[in-house]
Design a protein around this ligand. Structure first.
Ligand code: DOR
Ligand code: ZN
Length: 360
């Protein structure tokens, strides 16, 4: 029987579907106010929990700041949606170790975020001199509270495409040698050096990988015209690095898990002479990941990456609920933009059709 041709194929081919424990996003920007209101449902629709980045203006520095921000997030959540925001503190040179310890004990705060000064959006209150925050890092090592790193040096002498690798050699590795008990998440790795370092770091080290860094390389941003909606930090690198990230994410290693770094900016600030960094992927991340993992022949490993490895590192239970994706003949249709009261936000466009639908 000619199963390969004609309309019968669709009918005869077994439907592909996967069911996952409800996933988490281990690196997310929700912002505040009108933007928070607009983007929160995009994440809460699919994800049970997310690690919420603290780079607001002013930043979320203290337990009191994080408690108030968490309340604002919960207040913005549509009534029918369940979502647990896992809060982080923004590490400054004035951060009080005792406040960090109280924050961890409260159960609301799950990590502290290190932004080197000037590394990215709203990082001007970050850390210039690591020596000044050693008392905080020592306390975190003692109590087991993870440090999430924006792993790029900011020295203007260092080429932007090398900043992650140089950070690993000159900041992260010396820090981990000095404080081996410190639990570290290398956020949004973008290089084969980052993936290799995370692989060898033992159980106190993990790395998040974004959806977009599995899909784009630097040519997508720059060749044939500049595409501001693909610009993020750390910036996407050469193709060999994208392929290394794909191997890492689909390897089955518990050292890697999903952190979308979904980072909304209104179009007016992306399509600008000095555009903001950030890709907004909350809306379509799960469909895109199913596509990528299928391409890599690793659909069975999506569950580890999106639903299990993160909770294992953060010492939290895997979510009880489930989410189902089905591969259909017709491509997914997403809104091109999310409407917010501060302006439209462009949803990440992978540039190819995707057939993995998240069931409602
Ligand atoms: O692309 C990015 N956007 N990278 C970051 O590190 C920050 C983020 C943001 O807050 O917009
Ligand atoms: Zn981020």
């Amino acid at each position: 029987m000619p199963l390969e041709t004609g309309a019968g194929l669709r009918y005869l081919r077994p439907m592909q579907a996967i069911t996952l424990p409800r996933p988490d996003d281990w690196h997310l920007h929700l912002r505040d106010g009108a933007m928070l209101q607009a983007v929160l449902p995009e994440t809460a629709r699919h994800f049970a929990r997310a690690i919420i980045m603290p780079n607001l203006v002013p930043p979320v520095v203290t337990l009191a700041d994080a408690t108030a921000y968490r309340e604002r997030i919960l207040a913005a959540l549509p009534g029918e949606m369940g979502f647990d925001p896992l809060m982080t503190l923004y590490l400054t040179e004035g951060t009080d170790p005792a406040d960090v310890e109280r924050a961890a004990a409260s159960g609301l705060v799950k990590a502290v975020k290190l932004y080197p000064v000037g590394a990215t959006t709203n990082s001007h209150s970050g850390v210039r001199d690591l020596a000044k925050v050693m008392p905080v890092l020592e306390r975190m090592a003692a109590i087991g509270l993870p440090l999430c790193t924006h792993g790029e040096v900011t020295d203007p002498e260092v080429d932007i495409f090398d900043r992650e690798a140089v950070f690993i050699d000159t900041v992260l590795d010396p820090l981990r040698r000095r404080l081996p008990e410190l639990r570290v998440v290398m956020e949004h790795i973008t290089t084969e050096e980052g993936a290799a370092y995370a692989a060898e770091g033992g159980e106190n080290l993990a790395a998040t990988i974004t959806t977009h860094h599995l899909i784009i390389n630097r040519n997508h941003i720059l060749a044939g015209g500049i595409r501001p909606h693909y610009y993020c930090l750390p910036v996407a690198k050469r193709e060999k690095h994208r392929l290394a990230l794909r191997r890492a994410a689909t390897s089955g290693s518990p050292r890697y898990f999903l952190g979308t770094d979904s980072a909304p900016h209104v179009d007016a600030l992306k399509e600008h002479a000095c555009g903001c960094a950030g890709c907004f992927t909350a809306t379509n991340t799960l469909s895109l990941l199913a596509h990528v993992f299928e391409e890599e022949g690793a659909l069975d490993r999506l569950e580890g990456f999106a639903s299990r490895n993160g909770p294992a590192f953060y010492r939290l239970p895997v979510n009880a609920g489930e989410i189902r994706l089905e591969k259909r003949a017709e491509p997914c249709v997403w809104p091109a933009k999310i409407v917010s009261d501060t302006g439209p936000v462009t949803v990440f466009d992978p540039g190819f059709p995707v057939y993995w639908h998240v069931l409602p």
